[in-house]
Write a protein that binds this ligand. Structure first.
Ligand code: ADP
Ligand code: MG
Length: 236
């Protein structure tokens, strides 16, 4: 896969809820290997943007293409399949299943795309190892620390080797020390080639992980800085 290849292409995407225009004619391309951080005030449309890319919601107008798949053309079943195979999602409040131990939470993502149980467990075990949680596989979410829960959430998101890892405020619900662990984990993943799209209020997360910053206000992209191309954020 060439680096210049676009993993995400939003073309004139608008999303209207009733009389609220959550996204207003947004175009954005994300190349393979980039780490894009979307920033902006509460209510500016950041989560809506992420949900369009994840295929969780549909644009009112415009097109969304992810990893070569035009989401506009997919029905509900096609979108569900797309999400499970192409997208890994990390959430602010982890969204782990409380009734399943850590290893099973991770393995489930594989089971949902048809990976046999033993194989899914084996890969889940490897991922937990890599994230420093090999000893926590049998632990239920309730006994895990915030940082451990978020690492389980990241392992789950990586289970199916997604083309794109999405994270909506991944450090929003953890203390700053744990936030540092999440930041360094995302940074490592991007350095290994994982394409990232992050929504965050966390300046440290953006400063340390992002290769490109995108600022959203009132549903529009008002500013971007491609740090890899030497553009600076503060100069404008
Ligand atoms: P952010 O993530 O930047 O805080 P959102 O994308 O969640 O912003 O929301 C953008 C705007 O769209 C807000 O005004 C919000 O109230 C509205 N909105 C988002 N989702 C919905 C929805 N499902 N139904 C109605 N309005 C929504
Ligand atoms: Mg949001």
């Amino acid at each position: 896969m060439r680096r210049e290849e676009a993993v995400v292409r939003l073309d004139s995407v608008s999303k209207v809820y009733g009389d609220v225009t959550a996204l207003d004619d947004v175009s954005l391309e994300i190349r393979r290997g980039e780490a894009v951080a979307v920033m902006g005030p509460s209510g500016s449309g950041k989560s809506t943007l992420l949900n369009m890319v994840a295929g969780l919601d549909r644009p009112t107008s415009g097109s969304v293409v992810v990893n070569g798949e035009d989401l506009t053309g997919l029905g509900e079943a096609g979108l569900a399949r797309f999400r499970r195979r192409q997208i890994g999602m990390v959430f602010q409040f982890f969204n782990l299943l409380d009734d399943l131990p850590a290893l099973e939470n991770v393995a489930l993502a594989g089971r949902l795309v048809g990976v046999p149980a033993r194989k899914a467990r084996a890969r889940a075990g490897e991922l937990l190892d890599e994230l420093g949680l090999s000893h926590r596989g049998d632990a239920y979410p309730a006994v895990l620390s915030g940082g451990e829960r978020q690492r389980v959430g990241v392992a789950r998101a990586l289970m199916n080797r997604p083309a794109l890892l999405l994270a909506d405020e991944p450090t929003g619900a953890v203390d700053s020390k744990t936030g540092d662990q999440v930041i360094s984990l995302l940074l490592d993943l991007n350095r290994m080639g994982q394409t990232l799209l992050l929504v965050t209020h966390d300046e440290r997360l953006a400063a340390q992980c992002a290769t490109r910053l995108v600022s959203v206000t009132d549903g529009r992209i008002v500013r971007t800085a491609d740090l890899e191309r030497g553009e600076s954020w503060s100069a404008r």
